[in-house]
Write a protein that binds this ligand. Structure first.
Ligand code: TRP
Length: 323
């Protein structure tokens, strides 16, 4: 039976290969065929916690829209929308705020990581998980494809839904995270977690020479061609594993362990894999990104559809609270 599936990406930077492999491609796969109802949105309200320049916010949101479309999002099959255009998500966030224990948010990893310097933390950043709970619960989504770093947010959503259900009666389905389990967290080019905030990402939609330059700058040790290499401790190998086909990964593993391949050759292979696998998407991206009107129009249907669902659900939710 079909399931209601929902996901989003924050537009706080251009989408990178980690976002593509962990969230974009797996969600698009779930939208192929007719059985699932799939909701995908651009989390621009979440982005506002970190992006304050209006032009940049707009640019990142457009980039995210075009990445999804280039990789095959079909608006006939997916309800595709911008979070900020849907009335009611923020209203539900407030209701859920009033049920959320302060320590639950204070203990969330994403907040804790930043809490050493509280004067730089805005309230939106603190409340981030509750807005995410509202996104999910207002649509009644059952499955949430996300990267591993979002697991705690899904747990918090389940907890908040349970608080509401216990107090006001069963309203919310408890969502489940869908994690792409063959995918380890993809490291960035410097070996740390790939993250916009570290500036260590690989953007697969840039011009060929820029893509090549990024790949050539992936950090490795200085082992020579003949020396055996350790695939488990190699950033380059891990990034290759995330994009290449299984057999190619296994064949590279053999060449690493036995010696006989240079990092330069491996980087060339990674580059070739990316331009081959994403060749068509890269062409589409270049065409679409110039077409601002088309991108603005693409959301009209999705925003209408989701608004109907939200209006209906929010009136039930408010009714139960007596608002
Ligand atoms: N926090 C997610 C990210 O950083 C984006 C997001 C916002 C999201 N709301 C969501 C993901 C609801 C899944 C469901 O990528």
């Amino acid at each position: 039976m079909g399931k209601r599936v929902l996901t989003a990406v924050q537009c706080s930077g251009k989408l990178h290969i980690g976002n593509v492999m962990s969230v974009v491609s797996p969600t698009l796969e779930l939208s192929n065929g007719d059985s699932n109802e799939v909701f995908i949105f651009l989390a621009d309200l979440h982005s506002l916690t970190t992006v304050k320049d209006p032009k940049i916010l707009d640019e990142y949101r457009r980039n995210a829209a075009v990445v999804w479309l280039s990789l095959g999002l079909d608006t006939d099959k997916v309800v595709f929308y911008r979070q900020s255009k849907v009335r009611g998500i923020c209203e539900l966030t407030w209701i859920l705020n009033c049920l959320t224990p302060f320590p639950m948010l204070a203990n969330a990893h994403a907040f804790k990581d930043k809490s050493s310097n509280l004067s730089n933390v805005n309230v939106g950043l603190f409340d981030y998980p509750v807005l995410m709970a509202a996104d999910i619960l207002i649509v009644g989504a059952e499955y949430i494809p996300v990267g591993k770093d979002q697991l705690q947010h899904i747990e918090i959503t389940r907890d908040i839904a349970t608080f509401y259900n216990n107090r006001y009666g069963n309203m919310f389905t408890l969502p489940q995270a869908l994690i792409n389990s063959n995918l380890e967290i993809i490291p960035g080019i410097d070996g740390r977690k790939m993250s916009k905030s570290y500036g260590n990402t690989i953007d697969i939609f840039v011009a060929e020479n820029e893509l090549k330059k990024t790949i050539m700058s992936i950090k490795t040790d200085s082992k020579s061609i003949d020396e055996p290499k350790d695939p488990e401790n190699c950033t380059l190998f891990k990034i290759y594993s995330a994009v290449a086909d299984k057999e190619d990964v296994e064949s590279l593993r053999g060449r690493y362990v036995n010696g006989g391949i240079s990092y330069k050759e491996t980087k060339d292979m990674l580059y070739e894999t990316i331009v081959t696998k994403f060749g068509e998407a890269r062409k589409k991206y270049d065409d679409l990104i110039k077409n601002r009107d088309f991108i603005d129009r693409i959301f009209v249907d999705g925003e209408r559809k989701v608004q109907d669902i939200v209006d209906c659900k929010l009136s039930e939710i408010k009714g139960a609270v007596m608002l």
